[in-house]
Design a protein around this ligand. Structure first.
Ligand SMILES: Cc1cc2nc3c(=O)[nH]c(=O)nc-3n(C[C@H](O)[C@H](O)[C@H](O)COP(=O)(O)OP(=O)(O)OC[C@H]3O[C@@H](n4cnc5c(N)ncnc54)[C@H](O)[C@@H]3O)c2cc1C
Length: 287
């Protein structure tokens, strides 16, 4: 334990120790991973915490395991590690693509996937990819280990299913097959160092000429990631065609009620969401 100004900072060496500290301090403790979100809040005077639990030395939380059907990515794995991983490039290339767009090298070297998930920003770039992959989040506490689907993990604007004594230990990604197309598209104010206006994580498999599997997940258009279920339903089980693509784009009206905020208007976001889907379908059908 060390003291930083008026704060106490604990540096647990195992996941069990971190969970014991969380159980002891509960909501008055703040987990600290790469610090790229927390330091901004602290500098702006927007975060009050007496106790920090610094996970950075906790190597048990780092690394990417290539399992038979899935990738298990430790919560403390940075975006630099993700974008350099051959296993991610092969089985979840859209996550590597998302990692490449997160801040610049300094942020990628410190920012972690666990921090991106827990911070629960509507503009977090990894989340649409995790949604289109139907990822699971692995949580730990002194009470239990449990897995929660990404679809139920984010419960509202910056709200999550994490209990006060729980932490994220890993994310599990089912492996994509070689005949699947998976893409990540991000539209921001500029190509680098931009907060997203619209993000799409999209995945499609065609078998016997018909759409066998489709997943379309939009970020930055609502308080949490939105799966475009109406557009997915139009595409599923059908022979792809330009006419089908147009109907899927039109169905986005039922899926998305984009927000207007400082970064963009609702009308712009709706138009861009349609353009990104068109781009994905054109690319996927050429495959
Ligand atoms: C200049 C700049 C540019 C950025 N650009 C982007 C961008 O392009 N795209 C994007 O998505 N984000 C961006 N970010 C945001 C940030 O870098 C990411 O959200 C990053 O993934 C946060 O990870 P971290 O390890 O730094 O989290 P931290 O700041 O350490 O923590 C963030 C939150 O997550 C919690 N937390 C961390 N780890 C865990 C865990 N294991 N279990 C439970 N809770 C945990 C913390 O308590 C805190 O509430 C940017 C930030 C900056 C400063």
């Amino acid at each position: 334990m060390i003291r930083l100004q008026h704060n106490v900072v604990h540096r647990p060496r195992t996941i069990d120790d971190a969970c014991t500290l969380l159980a002891e301090y509960g909501p008055s403790a703040q987990l600290l991973a790469g610090g790229t979100d927390i330091m901004v809040l602290l500098n702006a005077g927007l975060l009050q915490a007496d106790v920090f639990i610094d996970l950075w030395p906790l190597d048990e939380l780092r690394g990417i395991d290539d399992l038979p059907d899935s990738l298990r990515i430790g919560a403390l794995t940075t975006f630099s590690q993700i974008l350099r991983s051959p296993a991610v490039e092969r089985f979840a290339p859209a996550l590597a693509a998302a990692a490449r767009t997160i801040g610049a090298a300094q942020i990628q070297n410190r920012g972690t996937i666990g921090g991106n998930i827990a911070n629960a920003s509507p503009a977090a770039d990894s989340l649409p990819v995790l949604s289109c992959l139907d990822a699971d989040i692995e949580l730990a506490s002194v009470r239990s280990r449990r897995r929660v689907s990404i679809h139920s993990f984010h419960t509202g604007y910056r709200k999550t299913a994490l209990a006060a004594d729980e932490m994220i230990v890993a994310v599990h990604l089912p492996k994509t097959r070689t005949d699947e197309r998976i893409e990540f598209y991000k539209v921001g104010t500029r190509r680098a160092q931009a907060i997203s206006k619209v993000v799409l994580g999209a995945r499609m498999q065609i078998a016997g000429g018909i759409v066998e599997h489709i997943a379309l997940a939009y970020g930055s258009v609502a308080p949490t990631v939105v799966r475009a279920r109406a557009a997915e339903a139009i595409l599923l089980g059908q022979y792809p065609s330009p006419e089908l693509a147009s109907r899927a784009v039109a169905a986005l009206d039922r899926d998305l009620k984009p927000i207007t905020d400082l970064r963009s208007s609702a009308a712009y976001r709706r138009r861009v969401a349609g353009n990104l889907l068109e781009r994905f379908l054109r690319k996927a059908l050429q495959h």
